[in-house]
Design a protein around this ligand. Structure first.
Ligand code: DUC
Ligand code: ZN
Ligand code: ZN
Length: 537
């Protein structure tokens, strides 16, 4: 067979091993067809010499927010997917978000297709955010979503007035999710606790960004996590708790994992592994003038750039608890939770300008849009944790674990197994070639001007990483070469186009295994309804 492409001289990393150096990857029609020590090139075969570099499967970022109505100044598909590509991703899963007033899911999904079609540099799919579950949605529409749209995952919120669901709604949805075999993601924070603390803080004029973290304490995450696990246990529904940040919440997940046959999965994000809530107290911003000089400008709202939910936590031991959960297997997936908002823009994170004479209202932390940018920095930061010898003990990943958490597991969780998330015959040729040569002085400093999103800051400004994707190939085609110059306004390094990304109709997630032998709620021991007939194909 004549290969379309051979990537040669690679050190291939999969979720289970680092393969022997010097292998070649043969690609035909966008699919990996061979991995061997030597592959013969035909006259038309393109060659990419990996020069002894690590080659990992394209990143699968399974939790990103693009062009949602609640973030009008955030990234849209074009800039968000471009930034994802420049950071080594070849697949993103973003949200199609139902508004409370939407009685049907069909127009919602249509709208998100319209927003994303022809606008993504990389392959993409949707999760559905359910904020209202009518009988018709549960009984009819979810099946159509699975069968026709390949949407096999839901996100449920336990907080935010516009989105939160009560326990009754969660139970109804979980029963149906279990029946249909969709993956249920949960944002677990106790809404009433947050509201009560917020009211009291504001009453005492505690309005600055730093109070956002105080309004969302760890106990709010821990309680909601425990409740979500209880609801999932009663209904025997596998769940994935997203963006976990707290030691007690993580211990609830770990306990549930060790006790029950029911999968309780946990996700975290780089910001909960590296950043602390002290960032929210920042009162100045560094600006750069045309001569390359930097200046500190006072801004009491500067800390809002680190506002996210759950919030960044207080202490180094909080960060360590997330690392421990990564390393002991509690955490299944590390996503970016890219949910950005411009800082310096009306409706952005900066302090709103209020006409004091016309209005008695005072800007408060409660109005700051929640969420951080991070789609481009996720993989370089975590690859550094896997390859930088100076990374602190306890905060390192093995290379296979890096691949597992950032590519293989999210692909499996969300129904892309066999297609995305590994380097083996039959998989899409989504490949990341990292810079082969690392010098002591090769560190790259993350600054916002090297990133490809449309956001005016990064919460990781100034952080050093020891590597960056040199090439990214999507289905066998070179879409990112960090060393090429700016081209047609796409951004430095970008070789792809916004119509390259294909919509992914996903299968059901691989990890969904209902608990056998449990008596269904409302049935007596030994009785069954269609509960027991559930098997996941
Ligand atoms: N939840 C998210 O998943 N992302 C950003 C903010 C939030 O509340
Ligand atoms: Zn969330
Ligand atoms: Zn999110």
């Amino acid at each position: 067979m004549d290969f379309d492409l051979i990537v040669k001289n690679a050190i291939i990393v999969t979720a289970t091993e680092v393969l022997q150096p010097g292998l070649s990857i043969g690609v035909k029609d966008g699919i990996i067809v061979a991995v061997a020590l030597f592959l013969p090139a035909g006259p038309d075969t393109k060659i990419v010499d990996a020069e002894g570099a690590y080659v990992t499967p394209g990143g699968v970022d399974s939790h990103v927010h693009l062009h949602q109505d609640n973030a009008p100044t955030g990234d849209k598909w074009l800039t968000g997917s471009r930034s994802a590509l420049a950071g080594g991703n070849t697949t993103i899963l973003a949200f199609a978000s139902q508004k409370r007033t939407d009685e049907s899911l069909y127009p919602v999904v249509e709208e998100y297709h319209n927003r994303s079609r022809g606008q993504s540099y990389i392959d993409y799919g949707f999760h559905l955010i359910l904020t209202r579950a009518t009988a018709k949605i549960l009984q009819e529409e979810l099946k159509v979503m699975i069968e026709q749209e390949g949407i096999t995952s839901l996100k449920l919120y336990m907080t935010y007035p516009a989105m939160k669901l009560g326990d009754g709604d969660m139970l109804d949805i979980m029963m149906q999710a279990r029946e249909l075999g969709v993956t249920t993601m949960i944002h677990a924070e106790n809404s009433d606790m947050i509201d009560m603390i917020t009211t009291r803080l504001l009453k005492h004029s505690r309005t600055l960004p730093k109070f956002h973290a105080i309004a969302r304490p760890q106990i709010a995450e821990a309680e909601a996590t425990h409740r979500a696990i209880s609801l999932s246990t009663l209904t025997s529904t596998p769940i994935l708790i997203v963006h976990m940040s707290s030691p007690v919440a993580l211990s609830h997940a770990r306990k549930a994992q060790s006790k029950s046959l029911l999968p309780v999965h946990a996700e975290s994000c780089p910001h909960y592994m590296y950043l602390l809530s002290s960032n929210l107290a920042a009162t100045s911003i560094t600006t750069h003038d045309d001569h390359g000089h930097s200046h500190e400008v006072d801004d009491e709202w500067a800390g809002s750039r680190h506002v996210c939910a759950p919030p960044l936590r207080h202490s180094d031991s909080d960060l360590q608890s997330v690392w421990d959960a990564v390393n002991n297997g509690t955490i299944t997936v590390i996503s970016s939770d890219h949910a950005p908002t411009l800082y310096n823009s009306p409706g952005g994170k900066r302090k709103p300008v209020v006409d004091a004479q016309a209005s008695s209202s005072v800007p408060t932390f409660a109005q700051i849009p929640n969420g951080l940018p991070g789609i481009e920095t996720r993989l370089p930061i975590l690859f550094s944790a896997a390859t930088d010898p100076s990374a602190p003990a306890g905060r390192r990943l093995s290379l296979p674990r890096f691949v597992e958490l950032t590519s293989t597991n999210p692909a499996k969780m969300y129904g892309l197994a066999g297609k995305k998330g590994s380097i083996a015959p039959g998989y899409d040729a989504d490949l990341v070639v990292w810079y082969p040569k690392l010098h002591d002085d090769a560190n790259i400093t993350i600054t916002n001007d090297i990133l490809h999103h449309s956001i005016d800051y990064t919460p990781f400004e100034g952080m050093k990483v020891c590597n960056w994707p040199r090439y990214v190939l999507l289905r066998g085609e070179m879409k990112w070469d960090r060393d090429v110059e700016l081209r047609d306004g796409h951004g430095k390094g970008i070789l792809g186009k916004p119509m390259d990304g294909q919509y992914l109709k996903r299968a059901k997630g691989e990890v969904l295994v209902g608990r056998l032998g449990q008596t269904p709620p409302g049935m007596l021991e030994g009785e069954t309804d269609n509960w027991m007939t559930y098997t996941h194909e």
